[in-house]
Ligand binder design. Structure first.
Ligand SMILES: [Zn+2]
Length: 275
C-alpha cells in the first residue's frame, strides 16, 4: 500500500525534534510507494520543520587539471574524457542524481534558495542564515551554522555514507581537505576545502546510537541525529585514531592520501624521538 502525507507527518513528528532546523538526506525509493511522489515528502518536511537544508551538489561541473598541488588525492591528467563532458555551473543546474530526487524537488520549490558554490551548493527553505556563511574555501560552513542553531541531521532511508555533516566534523578535527576544480562561466575555479571520502562513515553508527532517534515510515528506516553530538563524537574518534572513518578500498585516492600523511607524520615524530 502506498504511503501518504499523513504517514510521513506521523513518522517525522514521532522523532520529536520540536522546531529544530534540519539537514535532510533521503532516498525516495526507501519508503516504498509514496502517493504524490517526492512532492509529498517535501510537503511533509515543510509542515514539520521550520527550516530545511539539502545538499544540491553538482559533480558534473568538476574538471581534473594536468597538474596541481601534491598529496591531493587525485590523479592529474586522468579526467580527459570527463573534462570534455563537464558543464558550467549555473544556479539552475539540477542536483546530482546521487543526491536523490528529494533534494532536487526541494530545490525547485518556489520558496527555496540555493547557495552558489559550483560543486557543493546547498538549497534550503527558510535557511538563508545557513546558506549565507558558505564560502568557496569553506564549502560545508552551512553545517557549522546549522549546528550552532541546534540543528539535526535527518537520514530518511539512507545511512551515514551520505551524511555530509561528518565531513564538516572531520575538518574541525583537523583532517586533511583537498582541492578540486569546477567549470564556471568565469573559467575554471579552484575549490579548496573539498572533503575526503565517505565510504567508511558507517563506522560512526555504534557510537552515535544512544543519541539517535528512530522512526519507521513505510519501508524506510528514519534516523535523526543532533549535530552537536555528531560533531563531538566524530572529533573524539579522529583524535583517538587519526585513521578512523576511512574506507578500506586499497585504491581510494583520498583515504590513501590521509593514511600516507599520517604515516609521514608518525615517521617524523619517530625520527625526532630517536635523534
Ligand atoms: Zn575511501
Amino acid at each position: 500500500m502506498a504511503i501518504r502525507l499523513r504517514d510521513l507527518l506521523l513518522g517525522l513528528r514521532e522523532l520529536n525534534l520540536e522546531s529544530a532546523p534540519v539537514i535532510v538526506h533521503a532516498s525516495l525509493k526507501s519508503f516504498g510507494q509514496v502517493e504524490g511522489g517526492p512532492q509529498t515528502v517535501v510537503s511533509a518536511l515543510m509542515s514539520v520543520f521550520p527550516s530545511i537544508l539539502v545538499p544540491t551538489f553538482t559533480y558534473k561541473t568538476m574538471v581534473t587539471p594536468l597538474t596541481g598541488p601534491e598529496n591531493n588525492g587525485i590523479r592529474y591528467g586522468s579526467g580527459e574524457s570527463l573534462n570534455r563532458m563537464a558543464e558550467f555551473f549555473t544556479s539552475k543546474m539540477p542536483a546530482d542524481v546521487l543526491m536523490g530526487i528529494i533534494p532536487e524537488t526541494l530545490r525547485k520549490h518556489p520558496r527555496a534558495r540555493r547557495s552558489s558554490h559550483p560543486i557543493l551548493s546547498f538549497a534550503g527553505i527558510n535557511a538563508e542564515m545557513f546558506l549565507e556563511p558558505q564560502k568557496l574555501d569553506d564549502p560545508l560552513a552551512p553545517l557549522g551554522a546549522l549546528e550552532k542553531q541546534d540543528g539535526w541531521v535527518l537520514l530518511l532511508g539512507v545511512d551515514h555514507t551520505v551524511n555530509t555533516s561528518i565531513h564538516y566534523a572531520e575538518k574541525l578535527a583537523g583532517r586533511r581537505q583537498f582541492v578540486r576544480w569546477a567549470l564556471t562561466p568565469k573559467g575554471v575555479l579552484a575549490c579548496p576545502g573539498f572533503p575526503g571520502d565517505s565510504a567508511g562513515f558507517k563506522a560512526i553508527a555504534p557510537e552515535m546510537e544512544k543519541f539517535t532517534r528512530r522512526a519507521r515510515i513505510g519501508e524506510a528506516q528514519v534516523q535523526a541525529l543532533p549535530l552537536s553530538m555528531l560533531f563531538k563524537v566524530v572529533i573524539n574518534k579522529i583524535k583517538k585514531d587519526p585513521l578512523a572513518l576511512l574506507c578500506q578500498q586499497v585504491d581510494c585516492e583520498r583515504c590513501g592520501e590521509i593514511r600516507k600523511g599520517m604515516e609521514k607524520r608518525e615517521k617524523e615524530l619517530g625520527d625526532q624521538v630517536t635523534s
